[in-house]
Design a protein around this ligand. Sequence first.
Ligand code: BGP
Length: 459
Amino acid sequence: MTQPPFFWGASLSAHQTEGAVAVDGKQPSVQDTRQRTDHTIADFTVAVDHYHRFKEDFRLLAEMGVNALRLSFAWTRIMAADGTINPKGLAHYDDVINTLLALNITPIVTTYHFDLPDALQQAGGWHNPATINAYRQYTRVLFEHFGDRVKYWLTINEPNIMLLADTKIIGSHDTNEGRYRSFYNMMIAEKYAIQQCHALIPDGQIGPVPNISYVYPLTARPEDVRAALDFNAIRNWAYLDFSVKCQINPVFKAHLAQLGIDLAILPEHRALVADNRPDFIGFNYYTTATVSFPQAGEARAAGVSDQQSEDVYEPNFYKGVTNPYLKKNAFNWTVDPLGLQTSLEQTNDRYGLPILVTENGLGAYDELTADHQVHDDYRIDYLTQHLAAIDAARANGVPVQGYLPWSSIDLISVHEGIRKRYGFIFVDRTDDDVKTMQRYPKDSYYWFKHVIEERSHQS
Ligand code: BGP
């Protein structure tokens, strides 16, 4: 297979941008039915109206200089829960893909980004093996229909975050047993997607897309080091071990055994798991985590919200703590560029596959000035430092093949509405008011344009 160019891109997902939630035959997803108790969104049915404005958005991104865009398809536009295909959904994404290709932007498509069809969730969601079959059917349609034009595919966005933060993302309160049943079913579904992609798109490539946050021990106390090993296995490696090494991570398996859960690859899935490996790893990175070993009776960290890395706790195993050496952003997420280099190098040591950095970015309160500018120097600092970390990892031999920051345009944050902005392009709306929806490039847009211009001839 020929080596692709380095992808200088950006990233987005369907449910956070498109809106048009009941247009052209789209069915409800769990994002449409989810109760948002911690933030209100004026008319989530509109999001940032990307469904209707994608051509304008892509033109701006082309002018920024990207040669790739990571986007997701909404499962609920393409297929109803009973398997009926919606031609209007396919036609919409035909237009999306053809527009990107005409602009010389390579589409990198996530098959499913947090927006499970609600009808499947009502029938048990990922607990129910029927969801594996539904996903298999859906992805087959994608590969058959778009495979002539889309050569880069990502399977399931961040299954690890879906399971660790399930009340926020899929709206269910799960038990450990249920959580790890869902883990298994998602991992099997992913294997079918890899198998079908390779069978139907001979020159296609497909990879998993977990969120990787390397886990540090708070101290050199051996129990703290064990706690970090444990949480690294549960949070990061269990997923990639299944995808790439085709095994259940042994530390993870032992951890589950202590919780009374016996997780094993079923005999009927052994060949599927072993024979279908990804071509690359999609790698989403925002932060690192730090843990200590909780003493008997010690409670979880107080005063943290469930989006912070401190919000992890398993009695007798690990407890999330604040890293005293690192700063936090305005939304209390720990900022750690060196942690990106470490996470990349650890991932490369373990798996040795090409890596695309498919998400990385800074959520911030941006302000539009009276003359329609956004001076987001804090975002430029963040991205500059993280790009330097990628360069350092590459210099140390990690085959990073693309940088696609989150996010291309402002979109609705999964946890915190649009007040938390990530985009290179400002969208004129607030949580309370959909306003004009006009697009305005931020200072970071011009910064990234310059970076791409300077560097695209090098790599
Ligand atoms: C990742 C998701 C994205 C995006 C990002 C930022 O986990 O893949 O969809 O939302 O995190 O998270 P948030 O929106 O909560 O700030």
